[in-house]
Design a protein around this ligand. Structure first.
Ligand code: C2E
Ligand code: CA
Ligand code: CA
Length: 240
């Protein structure tokens, strides 16, 4: 399992421009296949039933790292961790995550669990029960890749989420396409109304950043404009 590495991408506060958190993103440095990003192996790992062990490993790494940063001068720094739908539908998911939180000794309030919309479209009662169970442990919940696939605006209201992450595809069209801009603005307004924060990821250009800042309702920015995902060492050097 040492072939799996966790990279960290900064998430920046839109107003203060400070990096207040980061997203943990897995990589696989395979001896036989070479260095791979998650899109090359996560779907296969899900299919083969291996994603839960990989996900547990990433969560443990990210929590340990978060605790270390919290104890070394950054008590409020947060780390975001992705959870696969397959992982979330394991029957002992809440217990399992609780174990990892306890084992690493991290302050769970500094962990943000990212769940995708594709999870939210499962049986609503079950989804609600799992999310509520996770929230009871302390972490915040982010709804990732929002606006793709089977997105439903009612999810924003029905699910006890803390953050919405708008999918990158809307950012690509910012400044070129009114639909994308209106969609982002509308979700930001809705989120603001119910006290949910909004993160926009995939920001690469100054023009996109300006449009988002002008909306005044986007709190967090993530994207190559600031940095690509970095190794733990590089991230720490630059942001902490
Ligand atoms: P995601 O959760 O939506 O993560 C954001 C992805 O967008 C990352 O790709 C990140 O590098 C990329 N990104 C961020 N800003 C920009 C930008 O400005 N431009 C461009 N072109 N890309 C940007 P990455 O690391 O390849 O991860 C892809 C997906 O793999 C993630 O999408 C997530 O769904 C999944 N993934 C990553 N790590 C894990 C993990 O530990 N567990 C699970 N279950 N899935 C993971
Ligand atoms: Ca994510
Ligand atoms: Ca995403």
């Amino acid at each position: 399992i040492q072939e799996f590495l966790v990279y960290y991408q900064p998430v920046v506060d839109a107003v203060t421009k400070k990096c207040t958190s980061c997203e943990a993103l897995v990589r696989w440095d395979s001896k036989s296949l070479g260095f791979m990003g998650p899109s090359d192996f996560v779907p296969l790992a899900e299919y083969l039933g291996l994603i839960t062990s990989i996900g547990d490993y990433v969560l443990e790494e990210a929590c340990s790292q978060c605790r270390y940063w919290n104890e070394h001068g950054y008590p409020d720094f947060h780390v975001n961790v992705n959870l696969s739908v397959v992982q979330l539908l394991q029957k002992d998911v809440v217990k399992n995550i609780e174990k990892i939180l306890l084992k690493t000794g991290v302050n769970p309030k500094n962990i943000i669990l990212e769940i995708t919309e594709s999870f939210a479209i499962n049986d609503m009662n079950r989804v609600l029960e799992i999310i509520k169970g996770l929230k009871k442990l302390g972490p915040r919940i982010a709804l990732d890749d929002f606006g793709t696939g089977y997105s439903s605006l009612s999810h924003i209201r029905e699910l006890p989420i803390d953050i919405i992450k708008i999918d990158r595809c809307f950012v690509i069209d910012l400044g070129k396409d009114d639909y994308a801009e209106t969609f982002v603005r509308m979700v930001a307004e809705l989120a603001d109304t119910i006290g949910v924060r909004m993160c926009v990821e995939g920001v690469e250009y100054d023009e996109q950043l300006q449009i988002l800042k002008d909306m005044k309702k986007v709190q967090y920015i993530q994207g190559y404009y600031y940095d690509k995902p970095l190794t733990e060492e590089a991230f720490e050097k630059k942001y902490l």
